[in-house]
Design a protein around this ligand. Structure first.
Ligand code: SF4
Ligand code: SF4
Length: 290
């Protein structure tokens, strides 16, 4: 059944008209990565300590949605790698996201939402309940918490639990297809085999976190929101949701633009970076190359 679910997600991404950028006739996303976490994996309880009590476990999310408990189940997670033509366009930018990147942030995320809806319907056709936290009425956003802006479900943390990647200096998730992606998840009472989670630290794929080298994303951020200490969420939020709309809003034909400069033209853009290809430590003025 794991394979069937994996294939259904892959088929949707390949065939969905929502994954075609009509302006360029190119897909927003390449072939997805798919992983599975047990809904009762203790890591979800640990997230309540790391992120906050407001971050729900899969069982809590399921129970708030369906008013029934989830004794056994699965969190199905996917990574939608952003296609090369979109990444290349953003690589060339230094201050504002490219138009292709902005369209992917808006229309590509619509495709991601359609995938969430599709998977819920697919699981229902197999006789199982499912909820996609990010499009659920249960999902909540919290503006001010001890960890900054946060919400009751983190797609990146779910993907980490499903063995799809590890965290990075700039708060992304570096997967085997890199850091430039959108991700998603669905919680279901269908029992599937969990994916193996590599035995390594939670940030092993990031060269700075692992070896103290690289730091290219620091120099890529036009807002100064990334330092050797990590990602400053509020500075990033202000740049993405206030500075870009007010100073460059007329460059775009979509409302949601994202930014993603720290996810492109960096060694981890489309792969797990190899230390042998990154010679220097942090140089904030150097945006480096992939
Ligand atoms: S650019 Fe380098 S330091 Fe930044 S997230 Fe990627 S690997 Fe880590
Ligand atoms: S998304 Fe943009 S503003 Fe936010 S940390 Fe990355 S480069 Fe900086």
């Amino acid at each position: 059944m794991n394979r069937r679910v994996r294939e259904e997600i892959g088929r949707f991404v390949r065939e969905s008209p929502y994954n075609t950028n009509t302006g360029w006739e190119e897909p927003y996303f390449d072939e997805p990565l798919v992983g599975f976490a047990s809904a009762s994996d203790p890591i979800f309880k640990l997230y309540k300590e790391i992120i906050g009590e407001f971050h729900l476990t899969p069982a809590e999310f399921f129970e708030k949605t369906f008013s029934v408990g989830l004794e056994r189940g699965t969190v199905i997670c996917w990574i939608l790698p952003i296609s090369s033509h979109v990444r290349e366009s953003n690589r060339a930018e230094a201050k504002w996201p490219s138009l292709e990147w902005a369209r992917t942030r808006t229309h590509g995320e619509t495709c991601n939402d359609k995938l969430r809806e599709h998977l819920i319907a697919f699981l229902a056709s197999l006789g199982h309940r499912a909820v996609a936290p990010m499009i659920s009425r249960v999902w909540e956003r919290f503006e001010s918490t001890p960890v900054g802006i946060a919400s009751s479900w983190s797609e990146r943390h779910a993907a980490y639990a499903a063995g799809l990647g590890t965290f990075s200096l700039n708060d992304g998730l570096i997967t085997e297809r890199g850091i430039a992606h959108r991700c998603g998840s669905v919680i279901t009472d269908l029992l599937l085999a969990p994916s193996p989670v590599p035995v390594q630290s939670h940030n092993a794929n990031c060269l700075f976190s692992r070896e103290g080298i690289c730091g290219r994303c620091i120099g890529r951020c036009p807002a100064g929101a990334i330092t050797e200490a990590g990602h400053h969420k509020e500075r990033c939020r202000k740049y993405v949701y206030e500075t870009i709309p007010s100073e460059a809003g007329d460059r775009y034909d979509v409302e949601g633009r994202g930014c993603g400069l720290c996810q492109t033209n960096v060694p981890c853009e489309d792969r797990i970076p190899d230390a042998r290809n990154v010679s220097a430590r942090v140089d904030p003025g150097d945006s480096g190359g992939t």
